[in-house]
Design a protein around this ligand. Structure first.
Ligand code: ASN
Ligand code: ZN
Length: 314
């Protein structure tokens, strides 16, 4: 055979060592995972480098000895696998299209690039400027956030503006944190790659959105213009409100992360549509909880209370 599944090792952005699924060929190894269920229909996880330029996807990464030292690439690849596994094992979803589509990531996008994004086809990660951010693939919640944008695009289709856009952002933050599955009482986003010189800070906080300039209640909702400068009507701002609703829900005594995730995922994939508003997300999550656990369940009651506590519905 000219290629076959192999197991390598790599060093991640934070200096940790991890096992990597790779693909051996006559000249060495590709950073390509052909071990997931998606591979039964040809789907793979592949990691590329843009080599500090902006052409995508760039070059598929290779290595001679299967000991990988490109830290941004190691984490982009490993965390894409973790995100695929979470969606497949916990939510029964086979990649972002639920048909086993190949998950492509590109690292080393541009220079000093302080962001990561889903471009409609693949994930793209900057290396950060070293002070505001280190390589953004170094955070599992960031990787899962970007892949969740792809899931949202293929399901609810929430438009990226105003309330539907803030919901789009919030679902990415919620799934990002659930995939990360840290014991983090603050439910922070991006803490592993934000300001490498400063411990304890993050991009956003789901427990206390105000800490990073976000509203945590409808009485703080920010009416911003639907322009780039206005963050498309505050999609990364007003997401603090649904984020806080989820935080209030998932920390209700008796609610598990697994069940909270199933409810939010069901709402996203079965009930929400392109122009859904916060009140629609409230109704969708109550309906999803009712479907899964019953109308009088602890879950359905706690979902309604969580939204009411941020001023959405009663
Ligand atoms: N990292 C940002 C995000 O996923 C990129 C963007 O503005 N879409 O929200
Ligand atoms: Zn986002």
């Amino acid at each position: 055979v000219n290629h076959a599944a192999a197991t390598g090792t790599g060093t991640g952005v934070l200096g940790d060592t991890k096992t990597l699924n790779t693909d051996s060929y006559s000249g060495g190894y590709y950073l390509r995972d052909i071990t997931k269920p998606m591979y039964s229909t040809g789907g793979k996880i592949e990691t590329y480098t843009a080599n500090y330029g902006t052409a995508l996807p760039g070059t598929l990464l290779t290595d001679a000895d299967n000991v990988w030292t490109d830290r941004a690439a190691v984490d982009a690849h490993y965390y894409a696998g973790k995100t695929y596994d979470f969606y497949y094992n916990k939510l029964g979803r086979n990649s972002f299209d639920n048909r086993g589509a190949t998950l492509k990531s590109t690292v080393h996008y541009s220079r000093n690039y302080n962001n990561a994004f889903w471009n409609g086809t693949q994930m793209v990660y900057g290396d950060g400027d070293g002070s505001q951010f280190t390589s953004l693939s170094g955070a599992l919640d960031v990787v899962a956030h970007e892949i969740t944008h792809a899931v949202t695009e293929r399901t609810a289709g929430l438009v990226y503006e105003n309330q539907p856009g803030a919901l789009n952002e919030s679902f990415s933050d919620v799934l990002g944190n659930l995939v990360e599955n840290k014991n983090d009482p603050k439910w922070l986003l991006g803490e592993d790659v934000t300001t490498p010189g400063i411990a304890g800070d993050a991009l956003r906080s789901m427990s206390n959105p105000n800490e990073y300039g976000q509203p945590g209640h409808m009485n703080e909702y920010q009416n911003l213009p639907n322009t780039r400068e206005g963050d498309w009507g505050g999609v990364h701002i007003n997401s603090g409100i649904p984020n806080k609703a989820f935080y209030n829900f998932v920390t209700t005594p008796g609610i598990t992360k697994d069940n909270a995730g199933k409810i939010w995922y069901r709402a996203l994939t079965q009930y929400l549509t392109s122009y859904s508003q916060f009140i629609d997300a409230r109704n969708a999550t109550i309906q999803a909880a009712t479907d899964l656990f019953g109308a009088n369940s602890l879950e359905a009651t706690a979902v309604a209370n969580a939204w009411a506590s941020v001023g959405v519905g009663s």
